[in-house]
Design a protein around this ligand. Structure first.
Ligand code: ASP
Length: 353
């Protein structure tokens, strides 16, 4: 059994040991995947679509193709699945019932990046981000102008809502859900008031994906793509398209991506932090756990009982991988495809539920 620690326990212990030593005391047993090898591709989606996605990416990698092509084609599989409620076509809309997509791509080989935010009507936002990266001197386009840009490059505007996502949104509207985004930030909310919330309210649904790969030449690339937090305030852009927050790639080190409450990922620049941790010698698993600890540490003086729901994934240049999430019961998982075949790698949930 993996040892889990409570938030208070973590901070009490950390006074004695210091953050670094605590990390190694509790988590050093998490060794990176022993079958680590390149090329490889991973996705934070572990359902059938996640499997299809990494298999698609693997077709490219195993044929000698680039990590960049592999992550794009793999992420497109997830974006184009109308059943997935958190990415691309069929994602959940904002509070007005409009789907606004965020996506980023980063290419380690060329140290280049592209992103789109609050993009409507395009089912493959990560491919638009790739055009921004490769055909402009900019990194980030948003809103209506990102849509005009996509149209000029031949992307066809299409409906993104499916009957399923429209129906979920209507249910949310009808219940006047109290888990909306108005009022103070989540970590400063009045907890007593929250406990009186409508018992029928729909839980916040999420489903962003991160796709990261290393190709046979050792080049690294990554994508994060999402419809963002369900029922968000129109115009809200999350962490996914922000380089350093929802995604970061360093060709000399590896790549990291985040899903979950984007506000915390933005404030902590979590993906960049994970890559820096790997650069300093941590395994991808240890680096993802270090990001969980770092965020918890930030909140400890503001609201010790608050832990945002975050999920981190990472790979390094050697083909090792890791993932960690907080504060869930089940450990984080990723789909992995390499020469040994398809598998689901189990990481950790350092704080438990
Ligand atoms: N990180 C995404 C956002 O904040 C949401 C998610 O991963 O579910 O937009």
């Amino acid at each position: 059994m993996r040892k889990k620690i409570s938030r208070r326990g973590f901070f009490n212990q950390s006074i004695g040991f210091g953050l670094g030593s605590l990390l190694f005391k509790n988590f050093s047993r998490y060794k990176s995947d022993p079958s680590s090898q390149i090329p490889l591709i991973i996705s934070s989606h572990t359902n059938d679509t996640g499997k299809k996605a990494v298999e698609k990416g693997w077709e490219i990698l195993s044929g000698g193709g680039s990590a960049l092509d592999a992550v794009e084609k793999a992420a497109n599989v997830i974006e184009l699945d109308p059943e997935g409620l958190g990415v691309g076509w069929g994602g959940l809309p904002n509070e007005n019932g409009v789907i606004q997509l965020d996506a980023s791509i980063m290419d380690g080989k060329t140290y280049n990046a592209g992103a789109v935010g609050a993009l409507e009507n395009i089912r493959t936002p990560c491919s638009v981000a790739r055009v921004v990266m490769e055909h402009t001197d900019h990194i980030f386009l948003v809103g209506g102008d990102a849509l005009s840009f996509a149209k000029k490059w031949g992307f066809k505007p299409q409906e993104l809502l499916t009957e399923k996502s429209r129906e979920i949104w209507l249910r949310w509207k009808k219940k006047l859900n109290e888990q909306d985004d108005w009022g103070p930030p989540e970590h400063l909310k009045d907890r007593n008031k929250k406990s009186m919330s409508n018992p029928d309210s729909l839980p916040r649904l999420s489903g962003t994906t991160n796709v990261l790969a290393v190709d046979k030449n050792g080049d690294v690339a990554g994508i994060t793509t999402t419809s963002g937090l369900s029922f968000k305030i129109p115009g809200r852009v999350g962490d996914s398209p922000i380089i350093g927050a929802g995604l970061y790639v360093d060709n000399a080190v590896g790549a990291a991506g985040a899903t979950g409450r984007g506000e915390d990922v933005i404030k902590s620049c979590a993906s960049h932090y994970i890559v820096i941790m790997m650069k300093e010698g941590k395994s991808p698993q240890q680096a993802c756990e270090a990001a969980c600890m770092m965020i918890a540490e930030k909140y400890k003086n503001v609201n010790i009982d608050f832990l945002p729901g975050e999920n981190f994934v990472a790979i390094n240049k050697k083909g090792e991988l890791g993932c960690a999430r907080m504060p869930r019961k089940r450990p984080a998982r990723v789909s992995l495809r390499n020469q040994s075949g398809y598998s689901v790698y189990k990481g950790s949930a350092p704080f438990g539920s």
